[in-house]
Design a protein around this ligand. Structure first.
Ligand code: ZN
Ligand code: ZN
Length: 347
């Protein structure tokens, strides 16, 4: 089979690999649709130490079970499934509290296990045992179900943010993640949504994707003033940093209202200190939350949300590539011509 293999030096290419085989308690899927995540982009830009290379990367996936361990009764060959990639051990303290995404022995598909940028993907026994595999309802197309993993992470971050009590939200970054945060916040009743994006072309694209949002350039000195004026000098109730930029974290803190909430959704690639002023947290009683991955339950919650058909997802489903053109797919994300890229390795 064809598979996109990431090397220890950060390079990657499509290679020929043997088709994986199921053991008595694991399974193999034919990958129907997989999507490139911001994490994959970052791994391609900077060498990723968290990937146990050489490794087939990719972790946003929907596929059909083609080989199933004889000991597995909950699934059948032919089932179409979505896989939550972060697999907890089930024994450590975070796992015992239900936070399997924070497992002390976390293993993730595309990092410690071979991932979905391939024609076939092995689903490890641990993923099946921990409830990370969910059958996809027949009515939910692949193109939507494949978005469940990143949306699961968004729902995880929203747990802390009390968007229901927020009148205003600022989102830094206008990629798929930024726009989807805005989309879900609007659905939850947030009246004023600002999207802050440094790139002009991406700003126009965001304006088409989320027409209700006020789109601004965070580097424009007038931006802070407009936010102050639109929020009647209060600042925003919630700020989400959905980009990997330290200065955006500083700006998010500066524009957050008293008792506001800040989500550090995007990790920083290298140095991560010096961006947060702790006195703002202290005197304004601001809460700052991190978020990492999502639990299988949050993946299922995302599938249910997608199933309602109420999220506007059309723009994330327009760029579809076969695996052989994966480099072009990455380029489309890098240069902003695509908000999200889907791959169909079987084509
Ligand atoms: Zn992802
Ligand atoms: Zn654990």
């Amino acid at each position: 089979m064809k598979a996109y293999v990431y090397q220890p030096d950060g390079s990657a290419r499509v290679e020929e690999r043997p088709v994986p085989k199921a053991t008595s308690d694991s399974a193999v899927i034919a990958v129907q649709t997989t999507a490139i995540c911001g994490t994959d982009l970052r791994a391609r830009r900077h060498v990723s130490k968290s990937i146990a290379a050489p490794r087939v990367i990719g972790h946003e996936v929907v596929g059909e079970i083609v080989d199933l361990g004889s000991g597995l009764r909950d699934f059948a060959v032919g089932d179409r499934v979505q896989v939550a990639p972060a697999i907890g051990c089930g024994r450590c303290r975070p796992c015992s509290m239900g936070h399997t995404n924070l497992c002390d022995n976390l293993q993730t598909i595309g990092f410690q296990f071979d991932g979905s940028f391939a024609e076939y993907m092995h689903i490890p026994a641990a993923a099946l045992q921990s409830g990370n595999v969910t059958r996809v309802d027949q009515e939910l197309p692949d193109d939507l179900a494949v978005l469940a993993e990143p949306i699961g992470c968004i729902l995880n971050s929203h747990r802390f943010l009390n968007l229901e009590d927020a009148a205003s939200l600022a989102v830094f970054g206008s990629g798929f993640i930024g726009c989807m945060h805005a989309e879900i916040a609007l659905k939850r009743g947030v009246k004023t949504v600002f999207i802050l994006e440094i790139d002009a072309a991406r700003r126009s694209s965001a304006a088409e994707t989320i027409p209700e949002a006020v789109i601004m350039d965070p580097n424009d000195p007038a931006t802070q003033e407009s936010i102050t004026s639109i929020t009647n000098a209060a600042g925003v109730d919630v700020a989400i940093v959905a980009c990997s930029a330290g200065p955006a974290q500083t700006q998010a803190m500066n524009m957050t209202a008293k008792m506001g909430r800040v989500s550090l959704f995007g990790g920083l690639p290298a140095q991560s200190t010096g961006y947060i002023d702790s006195n703002l947290i202290h005197y304004r009683e601001i809460s700052v939350h991190g978020v990492h991955a999502a639990t299988p339950e949050q993946n299922r919650e995302a599938l249910s949300l997608l199933q309602t058909g109420t999220l506007r997802t059309q723009r994330y489903r327009e760029s579809v590539f076969p695996l052989a053109r994966i480099e072009e797919a990455f380029e489309a994300l890098e240069d902003g011509t695509a908000l999200k890229v889907l791959l169909r390795p079987g084509q």
